[in-house]
Design a protein around this ligand. Structure first.
Ligand SMILES: [Zn+2]
Length: 454
């Protein structure tokens, strides 16, 4: 990377808008200093001692950026904490604005000059959306690999822009919207990711803050200039509470999906069905992310090179197995009802009912049943429980499951490690963790969802 902006080492730490910051006197910028986040000197941070030539590049117009921030916050006040949190890194010649996982904002000083305040401000709102909604963390839990980064980037942009499009924002290019791909509005990026992706010219690149793939111009994650994970979480919580207050005060229109996000962020007592569905979706997504090359159908890029047969990408269809704890401590009616709900959840995440296999497990593992409805399930067993044996038996099934959902009261031993390459979601029914004189803990390697048995 060549020479960067003029050295401007300001005290780094404007973590949120509310934090006290010491700002050195800059008489030439009398206004709006309080709205500016620190500007990180990229070269000084990357290679101490190597001094950039101050005259070589146009300096970053921090005041113009501050005005864009004010513009963004005047349109979306509930995003203020996030918009002010990002430290700015000038990257001459970058040709875009991006964010990284530590919430740093990378800007090309030339574009700050060229773009209108509206366009700059709109991008700040868009990128704050990626950070607040944790698109990087979600991409990672979904197992989004380099091959499918573009699909994820489109899905994440669709999720954000969908909520912003009628709020008067102006983007430098056509924004990605769900309608353009034939996707339903107001869905999550995970859902868009699994939708069909028609060929698209759009190549969104919003940085690792949107997809968890590090870019060459980004500073290392351990550099002090970024936001530590704890502060990222606090900033998200601040935004969530500002979203709710904004709605309560009736200050403006708010999309349903922002509201849903804020409620989920602040209220951990969410409906277990939603949590379980999200966990199953993540598990399904992890295997769906494991794409492979296939020659069974033509590549999307085939037209570009007619003489060469290019492989296309293929995602395996996820297989789900449900394990039901049929030991004496579980009521048959309760299990049948739960299973019917889980069946519904699986269909909700796009898995056909023919794919559902159920194993009745107590101390032994009973036959695999393919069920079309929870009511048809014959629950065998009774007696002691060993769901660990059930998990191992399920892992040996063919076709091999990619997700195992375990419905249990939790009074059971577990294997020491997860079966390789299989996501395990444990639905813990009821609050009891003690039997006899020992307490039982769900395994650390599984995703655990507490199910209210009432
Ligand atoms: Zn984006």
């Amino acid at each position: 990377m060549g020479a960067a902006c003029r050295r401007r080492l300001w005290p780094v730490a404007l973590a949120t808008a509310k934090k006290q910051v010491t700002i050195p006197t800059r008489p030439q910028w009398p206004v709006a200093l309080a709205t500016e986040a620190p500007v990180v000197d990229r070269d000084a941070a990357a290679a101490p001692g190597v001094g950039p030539d101050p005259a070589a590049q146009a300096p970053l117009d921090a005041r113009r950026l501050a005005v864009a921030r004010l513009w963004a916050v005047s349109r979306h006040p509930y995003l203020a904490a996030a918009i002010f949190a990002s430290p700015v890194v000038a990257v001459p010649g970058l040709g875009k604005v991006t964010v990284d996982e530590s919430w740093r904002l990378y800007v090309d000083p030339e574009l700050v000059e060229q773009w209108s305040v509206e366009v700059l401000g709109s991008l700040l709102v868009h990128h704050a959306g990626h950070l607040v909604r944790d698109h990087a963390g979600r991409a990672r839990s979904l197992g989004v690999s380099e091959h499918v980064t573009k699909d994820w980037a489109l899905a994440a942009d669709a999720e954000i822009n969908d909520d912003l499009i009628n709020t008067g924002l102006r983007f430098p290019s056509e924004p990605v919207l769900p309608q353009k791909f034939g996707w339903e509005p107001s869905r999550l990026a995970e859902e868009y990711f699994h939708c069909d992706h028609p060929d698209s010219e759009a190549e969104p690149d919003c940085g690792s803050g949107a997809d968890a793939q590090t870019r060459s111009w980004e500073l290392l994650a351990d550099r002090k200039s970024g936001l530590p994970p704890g502060e990222r979480h606090l900033t998200r919580a601040q935004v969530a509470s500002d979203v709710l207050r904004y709605c309560e005060e009736g200050r403006g229109r708010m999309s349903k999906s922002w509201l849903r996000w804020a409620e989920d962020m602040l209220d951990p007592q969410v409906d277990w069905r939603r949590v379980l569905a999200a966990e199953i979706r993540k598990g399904v997504g992890t295997t769906a992310g494991l794409v492979d090359y296939t020659y069974k159908r033509p590549s999307r890029r085939a037209a570009a090179s007619p003489d060469v047969v290019l492989p296309a990408m293929e995602r395996p269809v996820p297989e789900v197995v449900v394990l039901c704890d049929t030991s004496g401590s579980m009521g048959q009616n309760q299990l049948a009802r739960l299973l019917a709900e889980v069946d519904g959840l699986l269909r909700g995440v796009g898995l056909g009912r023919s794919r559902l296999r159920v194993l009745a497990v107590d101390a032994a593992v009973h036959a695999v049943q393919r069920v079309s409805s929870g009511r048809r399930l014959e629950l065998l067993g009774g007696g002691g429980t060993d769901m660990g044996a059930g998990v191992m038996a399920a892992a040996k099934l063919r076709p091999r499951p990619s997700v195992i959902v375990v419905l249990t009261d939790g009074l059971t031993p577990w294997p020491a490690a997860a079966p390789k390459g299989i996501a395990v979601v444990v639905g813990l029914i009821g609050g009891g963790r003690a039997k006899g004189n020992r307490t039982w803990e769900p395994p650390g390697w599984a995703r655990v969802v507490h199910i209210d048995a009432a």
